[in-house]
Design a binder for this molecule. Structure first.
Ligand SMILES: [Zn+2]
Length: 441
């Protein structure tokens, strides 16, 4: 594996909100040394002078549907119930090639914006093509197939409970550790509104037996959450608690319609809610009690969700939206403060996905990091307040260098592994055909 020496890094310290000048030495995918003026006479080491730009751990996006990347712009301004019907139909029109390029385009956008680890909920639709795209992109990913045995909408692709278990097993057998050190699998039922209690419990047992992450939606729609109350007698998080689903390996996307007492179930079991503010706002899901969760010491992380609902793959913009929403909604300017928000974008997500050495710039940690260039933009002055300005004033566009697993993936804002111009042209060609298809139907 390659060796890199990054000289003159201004490493962001989220505790003091200041930067410390150091060099970083990377070898075999890990951060081996952080110190002032590291010297190397090893000819195999690639030396990059970062020249005083800000360096920080890269981001962990804990809830995505990369397959939906091609649907950006087709499903605007629908509430969740209508949106679901239309989204599943729109996805059913994809060809295998559409699926491959949709996932690839989403993965490369994530990398471009500094997300190097993504927790993706795929669908059975050409699942293999999506996995190949993830592998080809070079991103680190935890992937599960969205499973469902109750038809939540007329177009939901439903299978029997037994068939869902077979699919979960197939995903695990075929793709667990698909790309060495990069791609692994999880179990991903869509959520209680489209999964029977039996399916949820059997999938949880399946995940526990193999030490897998359990990734699902929780209490996203108000109407859907009340439907669960009617069906089970419980609110949705309460129902998951009684089914034995909640524990430290469980990620709960959205987590909006929760009663205060349900937050205690989440805290008690160490489950992790995922804040997805763009989707929550755009398809009018509602506003989750994120600050109340944080006040209770719950591990909360961030997710951009699918672009069919959020239209966004940039975790910086996502986190800013989430923080502003919490501050405004709670009338508390300290809600999702700067340090907390950066932790939600990095180490909280890494922890939720079971990584013990990811999400921080520290010796012995995986070398997943970003270099932020705000020096050439008059709108992003000043250097002394860069940590604040990156989150509150800039976007992922300010990132110019990205390392994943000790490999250089983005340099000078361009992907060094894939010709993005050719990819873009290919995607536009496919989308031109797709557009005709969806408008005709
Ligand atoms: Zn989702």
């Amino acid at each position: 594996m390659e060796k890199f020496l990054l000289k003159n890094c201004d490493i962001a310290d989220f505790n003091t909100l200041s930067c410390n000048r150091n060099d970083i030495y990377i070898e075999n995918g890990f951060i081996k040394k952080i110190a002032p003026s590291i010297l190397s006479s090893d000819l195999d080491v690639t030396v990059i002078d970062v020249n005083g730009k800000m360096v920080m751990p890269s981001f962990v996006d804990c809830h995505s549907h990369l397959l939906q990347t091609f649907l950006k712009g087709y499903l605007d301004d629908y509430p969740i119930t209508d949106w679901l019907v239309r989204m599943f139909y729109a996805e059913s029109l994809f060809t295998e090639e559409d699926c491959y390029y949709s996932v690839l385009a989403g993965s490369l956008s994530a990398l471009r914006f500094g997300t190097t680890t993504i927790n993706d909920m795929a669908m059975n639709t050409y699942f293999d093509a999506g996995m190949q795209a993830l592998k080809d992109s070079g991103i680190r990913a935890v992937v599960g197939m969205g499973l469902t045995d109750i038809s939540e909408s007329i177009n939901t692709p439903v299978h029997s409970t037994d068939e869902n278990l077979t699919l979960a097993k197939k995903v695990y057998d075929t793709y667990h550790n698909f790309a060495p050190d990069k791609i692994t699998t999880c179990v991903a039922p869509l959520g209680l509104p489209s999964c029977s209690d039996e399916l949820m419990q059997r999938l949880k047992t399946f995940a526990n037996e193999r030490g897998l992450i359990f990734h699902t939606h929780l209490a996203e729609g108000k109407k859907e959450t009340h439907g669960i109350k009617k069906r089970t007698g419980y609110m949705e998080a309460e129902a998951l608690y009684h089914l034995g689903i909640l524990d430290e390996h469980t990620l709960l996307a959205h987590s909006i319609w929760l009663e205060d007492y349900e937050l205690d179930f989440i805290k008690q079991t160490n489950a992790t809610p995922v804040h997805c503010p763009s989707t929550n706002m755009k398809i009018s899901d509602g506003i989750p009690k994120i600050q109340q969760m944080l006040d209770r010491g719950i591990n909360v992380c961030m997710g951009c969700d699918g672009e069919a609902s959020s239209s966004n793959r940039d975790l910086v913009r996502e986190a800013r939206a989430g923080a502003y929403l919490q501050k405004g909604h709670t009338l508390n300017p300290k809600a999702m403060d700067l340090k907390t928000t950066y932790c939600m974008m990095t180490e909280n997500g890494a922890k939720a996905l079971g990584f013990k050495n990811l999400g921080r710039l520290k010796v012995g940690y995986l070398a997943d990091l970003i270099v932020v260039d705000m020096g050439n933009d008059i709108s992003l002055i000043n250097r002394q307040t860069r940590i604040s300005n990156f989150l509150y004033a800039a976007s992922g566009q300010a990132i110019d260098t990205v390392f994943v697993n000790g490999s250089l993936v983005i340099k000078d804002k361009k992907n060094v592994l894939i010709n993005e111009q050719e990819l873009l042209e290919k995607c536009e060609e496919l989308l031109y055909k797709y557009d005709k298809k969806i408008k005709k139907s």
